[in-house]
Design a protein around this ligand. Structure first.
Ligand code: GLN
Length: 195
């Protein structure tokens, strides 16, 4: 099975490690460049993107990860992880940096106060067996995408909440919190196909 890391600087790392293991990957936390070098794929967890950005620089993984993304490393970002994969963000902090890689503009905390957290069924293209339960927690949405980006899921009002560009996958929501690991399986298959 492929070895898939979870960037373990901040956020819901443990839930992703469990989900990946149950989706038949060898899952391990990644904090340092040496650990990053050993994985076939990487998950960027949900959490707080400003903190993840700061710690990525501090731990010396910002540039190495950007390099690996450019070289085709499969990466899946959930929520804050989606923000970290965006080439451009709105409502970010001034000093907030992303790894980038997906040609999209993502708006942080996009759903606003009334909707800070909610759950709804989401149909994801390429994920068989009916909709997944979308858990949204102070989630971002995708405001616009470049021509190389495939939209995999929208809410009923058209809001884009899942995208893929090549080996990069991002969702506004948190499949790792649901016990339904079909999206993680989809990602593990992406990693297998890339390897
Ligand atoms: N609001 C957080 C951020 O801006 C993301 C929240 C999450 O990952 N659940 O990074």
């Amino acid at each position: 099975p492929p070895t898939i890391g979870v960037l373990a600087l901040q956020g819901d790392v443990r839930e992703h490690l469990v989900a990946l293991a149950e989706a038949d990957a060898l899952a391990r936390p990644v904090r340092r460049p040496e650990e990053l070098a050993e994985v076939d794929g990487l998950v960027l967890p949900g959490g707080e993107s400003t903190t993840i950005s700061k710690l990525a620089t501090l731990f010396g993984v910002m540039e190495p990860l950007r390099d690996r993304i450019r070289n085709g490393l499969p990466v899946y970002g959930t929520c804050a992880g989606m923000i970290m994969l965006a080439d451009k963000i709105l409502d970010g902090r001034d000093d907030q940096d992303t790894f980038g890689g997906i040609d999209m503009i993502v708006r942080r905390n996009a759903f606003g106060r009334q909707n800070e957290s909610f759950e709804t069924a989401v149909e994801v293209e390429g994920v068989e067996g009916g909709p997944v339960q979308g858990v949204f927690i102070r989630a971002p949405w995708v405001e616009s995408t470049g021509s190389g980006v495939a939209t995999l899921a929208r809410l009923d009002d058209g809001t884009v909440v899942a995208v893929r560009q090549g080996n990069l996958l991002a969702t506004s929501f948190h499949p790792e919190l649901t016990g339904d690991h079909r999206v993680h399986r989809y990602f593990v298959d992406m990693v297998r196909a890339a390897g």
